[in-house]
Design a protein around this ligand. Structure first.
Ligand code: COA
Length: 199
């Protein structure tokens, strides 16, 4: 609408939305008894990994379970992203120290409703910052890439990790790290290990 030749701002066209923010923490170990939290995180992880790892595993594949998520919360190895101010859990990342110098993260997942908001990057930064504060000088991650088919999601992840500063260093041993999941592989896959200096 124009008044006196000037564009007039129409109230219902004004975008009043504010960017979403998250708070990332290791929930208190007693939170592991919160069945709603545990099942919500399990559901997020399994849903996003089912999509991201389509074709890599047989259909019965589930990335995690309530039991595993509960154990990770109890041992303070699972950082959770809570949406502010609602406190709704919308993502998580598993973090552990492999050695005093080497940290590792995995099971990185964000609810698809919030993809592209920068929360994945924040979860990675949280994992790196935590390991740095614990004295680690290197951060490690692994990426399972099928060699019998192309997987767009894994290609995208690999490019993203590169942008975050991770470099491919070697092939890992998936059977050793995931003895329960290895039999569910649908075909050959490379288990690639990536490093990033934290100093
Ligand atoms: C990986 C994952 C956690 C990222 O979550 P996210 O909230 O989308 O993360 P971000 O918003 O920080 O985006 C990550 C990158 O993807 C890009 N991206 C996100 N959504 C996108 C979209 N719809 N189109 C194009 N690029 C997109 C972003 O630009 C960003 O790159 P940048 O940091 O260089 O800008 C999420 O995609 C996920 O849950 N994936 C499934 C599980 C998985 O693959 N885990 C890792 C296994 S190794």
């Amino acid at each position: 609408m124009a008044v006196n030749g000037l564009a007039q701002v129409v109230a219902d066209e004004v975008d009043t939305s504010t960017p979403e923010t998250v708070s990332i923490i290791f929930p208190d170990p007693t939170t592991a008894d919160d069945e709603n939290l545990v099942s919500r995180l399990t559901a997020i992880v399994n849903a996003v990994y089912f999509d991201a790892e389509k074709g890599i595993f047989t259909p019965e594949y589930q990335r995690t379970s309530d039991r595993e998520v509960k154990a990770f919360i109890q041992s303070r190895k699972l950082a959770v992203a809570y949406l502010c101010p609602s406190n709704e859990p919308i993502g998580c990342v598993f973090i552990k120290k492999l050695t005093p110098e080497r940290g590792e993260f995995g099971m990185l997942a964000v609810d698809p409703a919030h993809h592209g908001s920068g929360f994945g990057r924040l979860l990675v930064s949280f994992a790196e910052e935590y390991c740095r504060s614990e004295g680690c000088t290197v951060m490690q991650l692994e990426l399972l890439v099928p060699t019998h088919c192309t997987n767009a999601s894994k290609e995208k992840m690999q490019a993203w990790y590169k942008r975050l500063g991770y470099e491919y260093v070697k092939l890992g041993d998936f059977n050793r790290d995931y003895p329960d999941l290895a039999p569910l592989l649908a075909g050959p896959a490379e288990y690639r290990v990536f490093d990033k200096p934290l100093a």
